[in-house]
Design a protein around this ligand. Structure first.
Ligand code: GRF
Length: 215
């Protein structure tokens, strides 16, 4: 699991019994503490050791280090839960079709880090969350699951995001477990390396780079 924030979605994944080998964060954050408390290896691959958050950030070198670290652990699947760094194709090449993400909007609507604020600003009555296979294009890739969440009158970004996250905390663990079952990651058959990418229900339109979360 890759995380950068409060880790409430990560906690839900752990609570659901998903076999998590390692939690990696790009900055000090609560998610690392949750991993440790759960007895899961917690790794800080700190952006500040790779140039930080500005133009000096060496994304290639960071992605290389992350890909090496994860590959060494023989993982079946990589799942992002609020991970604030856009990774290069090096990581996607290391886990082709095996990186999942959850996003707090009904993709392809409202990609990017401000999805909840953008949905509010657009005045939509319904938003939601999307679990998808991650690709080098941010918040794009085959959709695995979607769920709608209503926008209530008077919602703030915080209240709406929390309502969405309540759904993500069910949808993401369920989807991860389903995918692990499909690829043989939980007592399944066949070496994972010989299997193809996880299936989806059709791709969504690609979007350009949409930035990432600041410190
Ligand atoms: C989720 O809404 C996820 O979709 C987004 O970041 C949030 C993570 O929340 N990418 P938390 O840190 O697990 O509470």
């Amino acid at each position: 699991m890759l995380a950068s924030g409060t880790g409430t979605v990560l906690q839900a994944v752990l609570d659901a019994g998903v076999p998590v080998s390692v939690v990696l964060a790009d900055r000090p954050c609560r998610a690392l503490g949750l991993a440790s408390e759960a007895g899961v290896e917690a790794v800080l691959l700190d952006r500040r050791d790779f140039g930080g958050y500005g133009a000096a950030f060496d994304r290639e070198r960071y992605s290389e280090a992350l890909a090496r670290g994860l590959s060494a652990r023989g993982l079946d699947l990589v799942a992002m839960a609020g991970f604030g760094t856009v990774l290069t194709g090096r990581v996607h090449d290391a886990f082709p079709g095996r990186i999942l993400n959850t996003h707090p909007s009904l993709l392809p609507a409202f990609p990017g880090w401000h999805a909840v604020a953008d949905a509010l600003a657009a005045g939509v009555r319904t938003t939601g969350c999307t679990v998808h296979v991650a690709t080098p294009d941010v918040d794009a890739g085959p959709v695995l699951a979607r769920a709608e969440v209503p926008v209530h009158p008077g919602d703030t970004e915080a209240t709406l995001h929390e309502r969405i996250k309540q759904v993500e905390r069910r949808l993401y663990p369920d989807t991860i477990l389903r995918v692990l079952g499909e690829i043989g990651g939980i007592g399944g058959v066949g070496p994972v390396g010989e299997m193809g990418p996880v299936g989806g229900v059709g791709g969504v339109g690609g979007v350009g780079p949409v930035g990432e979360m600041g410190p």
